[in-house]
Design a protein around this ligand. Structure first.
Ligand SMILES: Nc1nc(O)c(N)c(N[C@@H]2O[C@H](COP(=O)(O)O)[C@@H](O)[C@H]2O)n1
Length: 214
């Protein structure tokens, strides 16, 4: 893996030229972003266009109408904007549970889009994955240096993606299986406990593929 330096506050420093940069969704590794289209998710039979919308909806287990408003958005940025307008009503323990929830969202994205998402993750080989962000050095890392040659931040999203990549390498069969909901209190989706229905999605995809053949 690309060497990186530990800095205070659990920040990390990466040499931009050496890492896999996740920035714009149309770039080579853009599919690793939660903003990427083409990786739909189904939770309790409800289709959600992006992992961003799923993640944002998880802020509001106690407000199913807000969750619905967020997951109805086709655009991930609009989903994030809808969420932002209710941000002060996020579950009280949000900062404590958000990483666990993001890990779950990424696992669900993987298990329900296994061929494409695992191919993309494995194509990063053993390089560090870093989400480049202009303002968020919790999920990502910010450009620094005279020539913007370094990225500095906690890079939690990139680190979760690297963790997932290792899981695929170690147990691809396990990584594609349906994912249990995170073990946190009051984890509700539209007022219901989450029960993954991976088979629904697989059979739907199969139906689409078969239709394409006709
Ligand atoms: N505003 C924005 N634009 C993008 O293109 C981004 N990739 C992100 N970052 C993503 O936003 C999510 C975190 O949202 P909160 O700030 O915790 O509400 C997470 O998916 C980041 O990867 N933001």
């Amino acid at each position: 893996m690309t060497p990186r330096t530990e800095t205070p506050q659990n920040f990390r420093m990466y040499v931009r030229a050496e890492v896999v940069v996740v920035h714009k969704t149309r770039e080579t590794f853009g599919g690793l972003s939660n903003m990427a289209p083409g990786f739909p998710i189904r939770i309790n039979g409800v289709r959600i266009a992006t992992s961003e919308a799923l993640y944002q909806a998880c802020r509001f287990p106690h407000l199913p109408n807000v969750q619905r408003e967020i997951i109805e958005q086709h655009s991930p940025m609009t989903a994030k904007m809808k969420s932002k307008s209710h941000r002060e009503d996020s579950r009280e323990d949000w900062d404590q549970v958000r990483t666990k929830i993001m890990r779950w969202c990424l696992r669900v994205k993987l298990s329900q889009n296994f061929e494409e998402f695992s191919r993309l993750l494995l194509s990063t080989k053993d390089r560090s994955i870093v989400e480049q962000s202009s303002k968020d050095d919790y999920w990502g890392a910010k450009l620094m240096g005279v020539a913007h040659e370094t990225l500095i931040g906690r890079n939690i999203l990139g680190r979760l993606l690297m963790e997932l990549r290792e899981e695929i390498k170690n147990d691809a069969v396990g990584a594609r299986q349906a994912v249990s909901p995170p073990n946190i209190p009051n984890f509700l989706f539209l007022g219901e406990k989450v029960v993954l229905q991976k088979e629904d999605r697989d059979s739907e995809d199969l139906a689409v593929r078969q239709t394409d053949l006709l």
